[in-house]
Design a protein around this ligand. Structure first.
Ligand code: GUN
Length: 285
């Protein structure tokens, strides 16, 4: 029998708990604040950013959105980030990716204070995660891990196969699963015999960005299947990288799209913002 990993439901529970924590912090005079920076008018990015603002409001976290035109220069963006770094009322800074072509994404990420880097993308925070130190964990991998833990899915000694090697999802989720004592295999667009490898997975993380690329033929019986894909169909509806209807016949646990990993990503951003406000990531600004 397949159990649905309902990220929407879990994220609602977590947000309720966070609201209580935020209320307590506010009583002590500390209001967690997140600044979101959006450059250009990519419709998907706009929609994600709206979701982030809404989730902040629900939990009582204050947020502001800085919207910049598509032709903003790298220098202009760097100076805005500097202002936010120096503003003590701002605890978290998120620059929505991808950025327009004239910007060097890595240079922008470097400019965000590691203490305010609620995405966990700054090299200092990436390094800390790699060595198992306490830091901001990137939101999507953090959300996936939280979902697995919420169902007491054991990771120790399990073979986790990751499809996709992005800095945002693939690479960090592999590291986190390794820290939980899983045996991790990374696969990607150049991997040969993908199906042979995925069929060995006890835990299969799919983050390839191609609608319904993975069906039951790629899945071992009773595997845990996590679908990170968010693809828009012709009818405007969202769908994952996994062919849910066929995959659910084989999987023991599976995430749907929508209402799977997506809501958890936003929820973990809130958690990181609260952590930043409490000053728990002890790094130089
Ligand atoms: N674009 C897609 N996912 C993310 C994310 O987690 N953080 C940021 N900043 N941009 C993204």
């Amino acid at each position: 029998m397949t159990t649905l990993l309902n990220g929407k439901e879990l994220s609602e529970e977590l947000k309720q708990k966070m609201k209580i924590e935020v209320d307590e912090l506010k009583e002590k005079g500390l209001t967690p604040h997140l600044t979101v920076i959006l450059v250009g008018d990519n419709p998907a990015s706009k929609s994600y950013v709206r979701g982030k603002e809404k989730a902040c409001a629900v939990t009582g976290i204050s947020s502001n959105l800085i919207e910049l035109p598509d032709d903003t220069t790298e220098e202009e963006l760097l100076s805005i980030i500097e202002e936010q770094n120096n503003d003590d009322s701002v605890h978290g800074i998120l620059v929505q990716l991808p950025l327009p072509d004239q910007m060097d994404e890595q240079k922008i990420i470097h400019a965000i204070s590691p203490a305010k880097d609620v995405d966990g993308f700054h090299p200092i925070n990436v390094g800390k995660m790699m060595t198992g130190e306490d830091t901001f964990i990137p939101c999507t991998p953090y959300g996936i891990l939280t979902m697995l833990q919420s169902k007491d899915i054991s990771l120790e000694g399990k073979h986790a196969v990751i499809i996709g090697r992005s800095n945002i999802v693939g690479k960090p989720i592999g590291l986190l699963l390794l820290q939980e004592n899983a045996t991790v295999t990374y696969t990607h667009s150049r991997t040969k015999n993908l199906q042979e490898i995925t069929k060995q997975a006890d835990i299969l993380i799919v983050a390839m960005g191609r609608a319904h690329a993975i069906n039951a033929d790629y899945i071992k019986k009773d595997a845990v299947v996590i679908d990170v894909g968010i693809n828009r169909k012709d009818d405007g509806k969202l769908t994952g990288d996994v062919d849910f209807e066929s995959a659910k016949e084989k999987a023991s646990f599976i995430t749907p799209v929508p209402r799977g990993v997506g809501p958890m990503t936003i929820t973990m951003l809130l958690k990181n913002t609260i952590k930043a406000a409490k000053g728990l990531n002890h790094v130089e600004r």
